[in-house]
Design a protein around this ligand. Structure first.
Ligand code: NAG
Length: 220
């Protein structure tokens, strides 16, 4: 009886809660990088939300709201010290859920990429991911009708890589090297071109008849 009351209460709360509000099904779910250090200065790669759909499905009051095939996962992103929430412009399909995924990476699954560009939640603006900053993410589960079904808790902070301290000097060194290589390649190309051209010219000026130059028939 008590149980039934709780379910009815949950149902009413569900009805009163506007779609997309934060008082939704929150799932305690581990969020980690795709591999130990899958970070760049403007991109972080996360492990796909393995088994998130199944986790929701096992707890859902109405699991007919979404099938594996039509549900999608979205990633929301928060920059540390900034209250605005952004999202990854790309949505992710439901990854395969197998018991071993917590130990090993399932082959063929793609990491969930955060960056280099984030989108505003209302899709009217974008924001670049910055080097050396802390980002937190969470995964959201949507059904085909774009109803939010569940959200994970926010992750811990993940920091993007810093730019190297001597970025400028490195850049110049790299630049000098590249220019040298380009010039060298060009010189070699020109040399080869001239050589081919000269050969061609020689063939045109002195056609194959040159072979018969010294033959007796030319005297006749
Ligand atoms: C969309 O969101 C951004 C940032 O959250 C805000 O600055 C902008 O005014 C919003 N635009 C509209 C049309 O609501």
């Amino acid at each position: 009886m008590k149980m039934k009351g709780a379910v009815v209460l949950l149902f009413i709360v569900g009805l009163l809660t506007p779609a997309g509000s934060s008082s939704l099904f929150t799932l305690d779910y581990p969020i980690s990088l795709y591999y130990r250090d899958s970070r760049l200065s403007t991109v972080l790669w996360f492990r796909p939300a393995y088994c998130l759909y199944e986790l929701w499905n096992s707890d859902a009051l109405d699991s007919s709201q979404a099938t594996r095939q039509t549900a999608t996962i979205e990633m929301e992103v928060k920059l540390a010290g900034d209250n605005d929430v952004y999202k990854s412009p790309k949505r992710f399909p439901i990854p395969i859920c197998s018991p071993s995924v917590y130990q090993s990476l399932a082959l063929g699954d793609h990491a969930c990429e955060m960056g280099p560009t984030l989108a505003c939640l209302n899709d009217t603006c974008t924001r670049a991911v910055l080097p050396g900053r802390n980002y937190r993410i969470r995964f959201l589960l949507y059904n085909q009708e774009r109803t939010l079904l569940a959200a994970t808790d926010w992750s811990r902070n993940f920091q993007t890589r810093d730019l190297p301290h001597d970025f400028r000097t490195m850049d110049v060194d790299f630049g000098g090297h590249s220019v040298g290589l380009v010039v060298l390649t060009m010189l070699i190309s020109i040399a080869v071109f001239l050589l081919l051209g000269a050969t061609g010219l020689a063939l045109i000026v002195r056609p194959p008849s040159a072979f018969s130059f010294g033959s007796p028939s030319s005297d006749a």
